[in-house]
Design a binder for this molecule. Structure first.
Ligand SMILES: Nc1ncnc2c1ncn2[C@@H]1O[C@H](COP(=O)(O)OP(=O)(O)OP(=O)(O)O)[C@@H](O)[C@H]1O
Ligand SMILES: [Mg+2]
Length: 253
């Protein structure tokens, strides 16, 4: 297989006395969907936070596009083309959906005196509407603060934001957990399309049929370590569950 786009090795992360990651490794390649699975508390969200600059690992190395990198902040990860949909959704509840989509990257147009500085709300609304349409997100009123939307609508806005901005890799931490059947299928379609654009998509999900339906590969975390790797086409739900619970093990995969 080609060189991985992302190659994390032996990451350790302690929260006080809790060892969330105990030497976890993880890889993702361009043009693939790789699912990261594991039981509650296995360390999945912690790993994603370490790989998207939200948390700093206590030990281990991260290589991206063949070079060892430090990710001291989410901004530094974004600069590499890494976007993340966080499990504990990081949306700004007081802003409307379009403003959330462009949070930190607001479009501006020249002001009346030629200043750069007037927010181009119309263009942001137009692009946001196009992104929401692609995702099948129906938001009746795009002017309302996002805190007034349903949980599923908020989740869809977070997914839209990540796929609009990602240049190389998207982490999605349980992006379909709050979604109805139709929106879930739309998100899975979007994941496939992003993969077909040549990006790496990392999906975290507890829904094993969904994992097998959309992934090319699966990596399994248990108690803060990677314990197994699978090619999705060659495995079964039973095998995945066995690896997650420890009934079946490929120690230190
Ligand atoms: N900010 C924190 N402070 C203290 N402990 C934490 C913190 N974040 C995570 N942990 C602990 O680290 C371990 C791994 O948590 P993590 O959220 O990474 O699990 P997960 O695999 O994402 O689980 P889930 O499937 O339930 O989302 C857990 O024991 C959790 O309690
Ligand atoms: Mg989690």
């Amino acid at each position: 297989m080609a060189e991985p786009l992302l190659d994390a090795r032996d990451l350790v992360k302690n929260y006080g006395g809790v060892q969330a990651l105990r030497g976890a490794s993880f890889t993702a390649h361009e043009g693939e969907v790789v699912s990261l699975i594991g039981d509650n508390g296995a360390g999945k969200s912690t790993l994603v936070k370490c790989l998207s600059g939200v948390e700093q690992p206590d030990a281990g190395t991260i290589a991206f596009a063949g070079r060892e990198v430090a990710l001291p902040s989410p901004t530094s990860a974004r600069a590499l083309g890494i976007e993340t949909v966080y499990q504990d959704l990081a949306v700004a509840p007081d802003l409307d959906p379009a403003a959330n989509l462009f949070l930190g990257r607001e479009l501006r147009r020249a002001g009346p005196l030629g200043w750069l500085g007037v927010l181009d709300k119309k263009e942001m609304r137009r692009r946001a509407a196009a992104a929401f349409h692609e995702l099948g997100v129906s938001i009746q009123d795009v002017d309302v603060p996002i805190g007034a939307l349903s949980g599923g609508q908020r989740q869809s806005v977070a997914v839209a934001r990540s796929v609009v901005w990602a240049g190389r890799l998207v982490f999605m931490d349980e992006p379909t957990a709050a979604l109805g059947v139709v929106q879930r299928e739309r998100v899975l379609d979007v994941i496939r399309r992003v993969r077909d654009r040549g990006l790496a998509v990392v999906l975290i999900s507890h829904n094993m049929p969904e994992v097998l339906a959309v992934s090319d590969r699966v990596e399994v975390l248990r108690l803060g370590r990677r314990v197994a790797r699978f090619t999705a086409a060659d495995t079964t739900v039973e095998e995945l569950v066995g690896a997650m619970t420890g009934a079946l093990s490929q120690e230190d995969a």
